[in-house]
Ligand binder design. Structure first.
Ligand code: HAM
Length: 417
């Protein structure tokens, strides 16, 4: 097998030790914050019917048109690997009648988008997302934004900015589309090819095109709110007022569109300056999704955890997780392996992490392994210790070694001394 055979598919990565410890720590901290706001975890399947995504995310969006991994199973059913978490959660909520009508759910899960891989853009990536089900309520939107700020704070990630905009009520959508279409038609010659197509299919996407020529055209257009109802403008004002009260800084960005069709009212994106071109660490907004004959309303966000990790690394906050007490049990003589394994089990059952070599390596090799694993304590036990009923306990921090009895050993290790 060539070395390529050992690589994951392009745009996908193995998450393995030691880096996985940082992920676990980040996730554990996040779960604490999410629980504080009343969110409970949901795990939906990675694979769903294609229709779950097509209808909710929108037929004309990039995700549905060109980024989904679509497959047919043996029964000829069209399925897709989930490109995002909201649609699957709403499918679940729709299937549970009134049970989750004001549910607060979160997920930490892999998502799949067949995009051209580049820095910060992967084909399998992980999102931490949260969804609060319920009808429009400016306070819930603001609280959702506040929760993201809280998460970043607890992770120690500073320097993110929040851009905020509105998509208006569903009733405004046609007026907004028509308003921009009318303004852009005479300027179509200055737009890129994609945007000339978008003008007819999803004109709002022209507003966030990255091409220089399109940006020039867009910068002179009026804000989306100018085509919206008074009620939509008032809703955005209410969200801003709550954010101000919570002292959360944001910038109103009339060009912020978001690439999914299910949004209405508040939309936002969090960016971080350490990230380069793909600088969005999080995106969210209020939405209404049609699932079968039900419409589910809610508000939510999803953070890209790979991007959060990259932003954290750039700030040199490289924390490898809680080391705690780690005992390495060194065995001198194969005949003691079984007895020592029994001791290792006793320690583990008492909540102490304990590792040992089970293949009878030399003392030197075992000590080296203990050092590599970052053991805080080494317990050495050979024939003479076994005969006397004692243990040699070495504390790695100061290198001091002493002879102890079993009760003492247990007490010292349990206290983490
Ligand atoms: P999204 O903006 O498509 O929104 O994705 C959210 C975040 O996922 C992005 O800000 C980014 O950090 C990360 N992300 C997206 N694509 C990639 C990629 N190819 N590689 C690495 N990271 C990526 C949603 O997915 C919505 N479901 C969010 C939402 C929840 N809205 C309401 N509720």
């Amino acid at each position: 097998m060539g070395s390529d055979d050992f690589q994951p598919i392009q745009g996908m990565s193995d998450l393995a030790p030691p880096a996985i410890r940082r992920w676990q720590k980040l996730e554990a901290q996040a779960r604490i914050v999410l629980h504080r706001y009343g969110y409970e975890e949901i795990r939906t399947p990675v694979l769903e019917k294609l229709s779950v995504f097509e209808r909710s995310i929108g037929d004309t969006t990039d995700i549905v048109q060109k980024e989904m991994y679509v497959l047919e199973d043996r029964g000829g059913r069209k399925l897709a690997l989930r490109p995002e978490g909201t649609a699957g959660v709403m499918r679940f909520v729709a299937g549970h009648g009134q049970d989750f009508q004001d549910g607060r759910l979160y997920y930490i899960a892999p998502m799949f988008r067949c995009e051209r891989p580049q820095a910060g853009r992967k084909r399998q990536f992980h999102q931490l997302g949260a969804e609060a089900i319920g009808t429009p309520n400016a306070r819930v939107d603001a609280e959702m934004i506040a929760m993201q700020v809280h998460l970043l704070h607890d992770w120690g990630l500073e320097g993110a900015s929040i851009r905020l905009n509105t998509r208006g009520e569903p009733a405004d959508h046609a007026a907004v589309q028509q308003g921009f279409r009318d303004l852009l038609r005479p300027l179509a010659g200055r737009l890129c090819e994609d945007c000339r197509r978008r003008m007819e299919t999803n004109v709002l996407r022209v507003l966030d095109c990255k091409q220089e020529g399109c940006r020039e055209v867009v910068k002179d257009l009026p804000p989306v709110t100018s085509f919206m109802s008074e009620a939509s403008r008032a809703y955005l004002k209410d969200v801003c007022a709550v954010l101000d009260k919570l002292e959360i800084a944001y910038v109103l960005d009339p060009g912020l569109v978001r690439g999914l069709d299910y949004y209405r009212h508040t939309v936002w994106e969090l960016t971080h300056p350490a990230l380069g071109a793909q600088d969005a660490i999080s995106g969210g907004g209020r939405y209404g999704l049609k699932m079968g004959n039900r419409e589910i309303e809610g508000v939510g966000f999803a953070m890209g955890l790979e991007r959060v990790m990259t932003a954290l690394e750039s700030r040199h906050l490289d924390d490898t997780g809680e080391p705690g007490t780690l005992v390495w049990l060194v065995t001198l003589g194969d005949e003691l392996l079984d007895e020592n394994l029994e001791l290792a089990q006793t320690l583990r059952m008492r909540g102490i992490a304990c590792r040992m070599d089970l293949v009878g390596r030399s003392m030197k090799a075992q000590m080296r392994a203990a050092g590599r694993a970052g053991a805080t304590h080494v317990v050495i036990r050979g024939a003479s210790e076994a005969e006397k009923g004692v243990y040699q306990l070495k504390t790695m921090a100061d290198g001091v070694q002493r002879e102890v009895t079993l009760p003492d050993l247990m007490e010292i290790l349990a206290a983490g001394a």
